[in-house]
Every structure is written in structure tokens, then in C-alpha cells.
Design a protein around this ligand. Structure first.
Ligand SMILES: O=C(O)[C@H](O)COP(=O)(O)O
Ligand SMILES: [Mg+2]
Length: 415
């Protein structure tokens, strides 16, 4: 029988084996009391199973607030793997969430719980299409055959009118940008309506494509309700656009799945809100299992933060996240997506990003890092590109800067 496997870091003030059984019971056939209808046969068929339990350590304090402190005053941390029969839920992502990441976080016997890994049976890859474009499709549509897509987020994120946005895009394409995205805060506000913005930006982008022989990719943030997203996607497509963007935590799994089924363009997936799912190490998700779910649902590009970012995440965690996006979802279905490095990026992180990932199948976006370059927008793009060229050729930045005034200025400015 096919099964779903989830591995957790668990902390409990209870006997860990008992806590594991309580979690397995609550997340499958059990409840707080034994029921005559939960027969041994039913439990064997539908119950979640404790596959592995390994004690990692102990502490005197609970990680999370608890109304029921351990009488022993001792909390145990374990690595726990549970499994469920696929037959409980079928290959359904929303119910998978309720199963592996549902009520268990708030169980009384749990004082810390984090989902570390998720292994799914092939039925999920048959039920969900995964990314339609991924790395190859994105390279094809953007005309960037090798190296990273040099990208940006239009800044200021909000507050620019349609005409002002259009001017910024003109500067970016004149500077030779590969990829532009709306900020997650910019979707369809009355100050910069989606439809008008798309029409204005695409006028500029189509002209640039005629000149360049390749069309810079623009990810328009179509986040909204289902019918709005579909209609906005169709407008981008009709205008000759090559990408749409959505905020995953805002649209939810159903929004993403339905968008993917409708879409004929790559879906750029922004992870705004990731902090509330992950920032406490004793609660929530690791990025590996989380991104897997969104790739199955159809994300082509996934944000992974950036090295030396403006957020709180450490560099090794950022790199581990990026690697998971390029790793197969499962052996029979790679569903490779493209990691998007973003947040406080300037070009000075190019070398370490390239070395850390071991390839350049990525989108690297700098918002403030391009719009804030002292030489202007085009110089911002140039310095970012030159930093990447140096990284790929193994030339130290300071040496590359001797040939590139824009990079020299960036090095002096961002140091
Ligand atoms: O949406 C994003 O990726 C962020 O707004 C990054 O912006 P920054 O490059 O200015 O930090
Ligand atoms: Mg942003």
C-alpha cells in the first residue's frame, strides 16, 4: 500500500513514544478517547504509523508556551517520522496539508514541532501537473540560454503611477535587464491598476524585444481571487507577456492549483509570509517540504531569500532552500523549478551565490540594489551583470571592477 511519510522535529514534556502515538492517532483514525468503532482492523488500515523515533536531547523549559507544563520539568526533543496510507486522503494537496501540517501543531502534548521532510507517493505527481516551464521554459521565453536571469523588483514597491512604472521599465530594458517583477505589495490598487500597468509596460517591453532580439520577462503580480487571476493572466498573454506572479500564502493551494490549470505562462511564486511559517526554529516548516507542495501545485519560480539578505535567515539556510528547489520532487517526477534569490541583493553576493549553488539556473533580483545604484538604473543593471560575469569566470570582483565603472561604483557604494 502506498504511504505518505513526514519527518518532524518534535518536543514534548510527555513520554516521546506516547506523544508520537497521540499525534499519529489525532492525525488519522483516533480521537481523545477510545471508540468502539475504531476497531483494530480500521486502525491497521487507516491509522498513521510511527515509523521512527530518535531522541535528540532534553531541556528544562518548553520551547512554546504551554498550559500544561511537564510535571517532570523535563522536555524531550526527538526526530519523528510518521506515515499515513495514501488511501486516507488520496492525492489531494489541501487534505495533505491538514494531515501532515494540521492540528498536530497545537496538540497539548506538543511544545515544539517542525516539519522537516515530506516523501510523497507517485500518485501526487499524477494528480498534479507541477511546473509547466521550470528552468528550460523560462530560459526559452526570456532568451537567456546560460547564466542567471539578471532581475529586479520595481521600486518603490508601491506609489508609482502607471506612467511612472512605465518609465522605470524603460530604464531597465535600456540597461539590458532580463527579468522584472512587480513587488508583492503591487497588484491592482487604484493608484496603479493591473490592466493599465500591463498594457503600458508591455508596450515598452515589446519595443525592447524588437531591438534586442529577446524579450525581457516581466512577472506581473496577478494575486487576487480566482476569476480575477484568470482574467489578468489572459490579459498578460494577449499583450505578449511571458510570466505572471502570485503570492502563495495569499492565494492558497487551491488558488495556485487552479491558476496552474488555467495558465499558459510561467508562474513566479512569491513566498511573502514565509516568516510566520518558519522563523521560530521550534515551529512550522522547513523550506524543503513546503516548496515541494507548491512545485506539485505548479510553481515555476520560487523565492528562496538571498545571501546576506535584509531578513533574519542565515546564509546556509538560504542555500539549502535554493538547492531543494532544483532537487527532484520525487524520483519519478523531477518537476524542477527555478530558485529566485531576492532581498537586499546588490551584485556583491553573485560570487557566493554561484559558488554555493554550483550552477547558475536561477533568477537573481535586486530591487534597491539596482534602483539605488548611485549611477542610476542602467548602471545598476550593468554592475549586477558584470558581477555575475566575473563570478562565472572566476574573476575576483575587485579585479572585474577595473574594467567596469558601474561595478566599481557599486563596490564603493554597497561595501
Ligand atoms: O519582493 C522582493 O523580492 C523584495 O521586495 C526585494 O526587494 P529588495 O531587492 O529591494 O530588497
Ligand atoms: Mg518585495
Amino acid at each position: 500500500m502506498e504511504r505518505i511519510y513526514a519527518t518532524y522535529w518534535l518536543e514534548t514534556g510527555d513520554d516521546p513514544a506516547h506523544a508520537a502515538e497521540v499525534i499519529a492517532g489525532e492525525q488519522s483514525s483516533g480521537t481523545f478517547v477510545a471508540l468502539p468503532t475504531e476497531t483494530p482492523e480500521l486502525k491497521a488500515r487507516a491509522g498513521a504509523r510511527v515509523e521512527h523515533l530518535e531522541v535528540l536531547g532534553h531541556s528544562a523549559q518548553p520551547s512554546l508556551p504551554t498550559p500544561a507544563p511537564a510535571p517532570s520539568g523535563r522536555y524531550t526533543q526527538v526526530r519523528l517520522t510518521l506515515s499515513w496510507p495514501l488511501a486516507n486522503l488520496g492525492p489531494c494537496l489541501p487534505t495533505l496539508m491538514a494531515t501532515v501540517a494540521g492540528n498536530l501543531f497545537e496538540l497539548r502534548c506538543v511544545t515544539g514541532l517542525r516539519l522537516l521532510d515530506l516523501q510523497l507517493p507517485p500518485a501526487f505527481a499524477q494528480a498534479y501537473p507541477g511546473p509547466a516551464f521550470g528552468v528550460d521554459g523560462t530560459r526559452h521565453l526570456s532568451g537567456v540560454a546560460h547564466g542567471p536571469l539578471i532581475g529586479t523588483i520595481i521600486k518603490p514597491s508601491v506609489g508609482l503611477s502607471v506612467a511612472e512604472t512605465e518609465q522605470q521599465v524603460q530604464l531597465l530594458v535600456d540597461g539590458g535587464i532580463d527579468f522584472i517583477k512587480d513587488d508583492e505589495l503591487q497588484a491592482d490598487g487604484p493608484a496603479c491598476p493591473f490592466d493599465e500597468r500591463v498594457r503600458a509596460v508591455m508596450r515598452v517591453v515589446r519595443q525592447a524585444a524588437d531591438k534586442l532580439g529577446r524579450q525581457p520577462m516581466v512577472a506581473f503580480n496577478l494575486t487576487g481571487n480566482l476569476d480575477q487571476m484568470k482574467r489578468r493572466h489572459d490579459l498578460v498573454l494577449a499583450e505578449g507577456g511571458t510570466c505572471v506572479m502570485a503570492c502563495l500564502n495569499s492565494i492558497g493551494l487551491v488558488g495556485m492549483t487552479e491558476l496552474r490549470r488555467h495558465a499558459q505562462l510561467p508562474i513566479h511564486a512569491h513566498r511573502a509570509g514565509w516568516g510566520y511559517l518558519s522563523r521560530s526554529p521550534q515551529l512550522g516548516f522547513d523550506y524543503g517540504p513546503w516548496q515541494k507542495i507548491w512545485r506539485l501545485a505548479g510553481a515555476d519560480h520560487l523565492h528562496v531569500n538571498g545571501l546576506r539578505n535584509k531578513f533574519s535567515e542565515a546564509d546556509d539556510s538560504v542555500m539549502a532552500a535554493a538547492r531543494t528547489v532544483l532537487a527532484p520532487v520525487m524520483e519519478s517526477a523531477p518537476m524542477t523549478a527555478m530558485p529566485v534569490f531576492s532581498s537586499g541583493q546588490t551584485g556583491l553576493q553573485a560570487q557566493d551565490t554561484f559558488d554555493g549553488l554550483g550552477c547558475a539556473d536561477l533568477i537573481h533580483t535586486a530591487g534597491g540594489g539596482i534602483f539605488g545604484h548611485p549611477g542610476g538604473v542602467a548602471a545598476g543593471v550593468q554592475s549586477f551583470r558584470d558581477a555575475w560575469q566575473a563570478a562565472q569566470e572566476g574573476v575576483p570582483l575587485a579585479q572585474a571592477a577595473q574594467q567596469s565603472p558601474a561595478l566599481r561604483q557599486a563596490l564603493e557604494f554597497w561595501r
